[in-house]
Ligand binder design. Structure first.
Ligand code: UD1
Length: 340
């Protein structure tokens, strides 16, 4: 009997890649999305990769009745909750928007999980919960630091909601995956990142500069205490990241969790500086990028990368793609979008 996974935010960047991997691993997937931050490009891409339509429900997870109806209609074995706002800067300007959307939508998921007598809940968390880490690489035992934005606060709070609900409500089990920096696109170039307006994140800004949509990439700071002075991150390929979700869901539905609430870092363990990433992009794609050094961006941490050994051992998952392969995929996607 096939298991059914509900993917909230399934039309987005991460949700669409996870949907593809889940279906290819033999799961039935129900996609739900309010399309507030995307169009149907990725949904259509998912259907063409898989060669069939998937159940798609346009709905807002802040509507508790709608979430309960969804759970009543489909026999949901696991829910993966991606539906959330994610722009760090905007969350500082509009905290209420972030608190209302990101917290309420997850509370509704947990409420539905509880009222149907339990469910496996996978929460999409972030390395942002570690703040500026004292020790590198960070393990799941590294302390969470006070969040530097309301966006980061919502990630911490939702982790706590999940932990507490698992403790209180029988049958509710949870995994939080803490992503480092997801980048890239599906090798088919049919799904990928679709930022609205000016991208906040590095790789979409790089690809849009390379294609000519942006004039020049600003590298935010080259006076950090790192080898080349630019910040270091753990860039994780989006397909590798998606596969970690399949491993986590399978661990839950097969009853192989060691504790009812578990946390895993999803990263490569490989720090890459901004300049190294730009150089790798230029080299693998055979082009020159227009960039300049600009002032530091407020709120950026100097360096953060994962110790992914817990996920390697417990989930049987490992990041496989090189940063070059991933940057080639990101560029293929940008060209696909531009019709080139
Ligand atoms: C941010 C969020 C993270 C979220 C991720 C989504 C924080 C502190 N960070 O990570 O939670 O999961 O986005 O992908 O909450 N950079 C430039 N020029 C640019 C853009 C970025 O130099 O135009 C640099 C930044 O200074 C940083 C690196 O590139 O050093 C990565 O930035 P970005 O892609 O925005 O990700 P994070 O800030 O690491």
């Amino acid at each position: 009997m096939k298991k059914t996974v509900l993917v909230s935010g399934g039309a987005g960047f991460i949700g669409s890649h996870v949907t593809v991997e889940l279906v290819q691993a033999g799961y039935d997937v129900v996609i739900a999305d309010n399309m507030s931050n995307c169009d149907d490009t990725n949904y259509r891409g998912v259907c063409s990769i898989l060669g069939r339509e998937l159940p798609f429900i346009k709905m807002d997870f802040c509507d508790g009745d709608a979430v309960n109806e969804l759970f009543a209609k489909y026999r949901i074995d696991a829910v993966i909750h991606f539906a959330a706002f994610k722009a760090v800067g905007e969350s500082v300007d509009e905290p209420l928007k972030y608190y209302r959307n990101n917290l309420l939508s997850f509370l509704n998921v947990l409420e539905a999980a509880r009222s149907q007598g339990g469910c496996n809940v996978l929460f999409s968390s972030s390395a942002t919960v570690y703040g500026e880490p004292e020790e590198l690489p960070v393990t799941e035992k590294s302390p969470r630091q006070p969040a530097t934005s309301p966006y980061g606060d919502t990630k911490q709070m939702c982790e706590d909601f999940l932990r507490d609900c698992v403790r209180a409500y029988p049958g509710v089990k949870g995994i939080a995956l803490r992503y480092f920096n997801p980048i890239g696109a599906h090798p088919s170039a049919l799904i990928g990142e679709l930022p609205r307006g000016v991208p906040n994140n590095l790789v979409p800004f790089i690809t849009q500069t390379a294609i000519g949509r942006r004039e020049c990439l600003s590298i935010f700071g080259n006076d950090y205490p790192t080898e080349d002075g630019t910040c270091k991150r753990d860039y994780i390929d989006i397909v590798d990241l998606a596969k970690a979700h399949v491993c986590a869901v399978t661990r839950m539905v097969e009853g192989r969790m060691k504790e009812d609430y578990e946390i895993f870092n999803v990263g490569t363990g490989r720090p890459v500086s901004v300049l190294e990433l730009v150089n790798a992009f230029e080299k693998v794609n055979g082009l020159k990028l227009n960039y300049k050094i600009a002032p530091r961006r407020p709120g950026d941490v100097v360096a953060i990368w994962a110790d992914p050994s817990l996920a390697n051992e417990e989930l049987g998952w490992k990041a496989e793609r090189s940063v070059e392969e991933t940057l080639a995929a990101a560029w293929a996607w940008e060209k696909h979008l531009a019709g080139k």
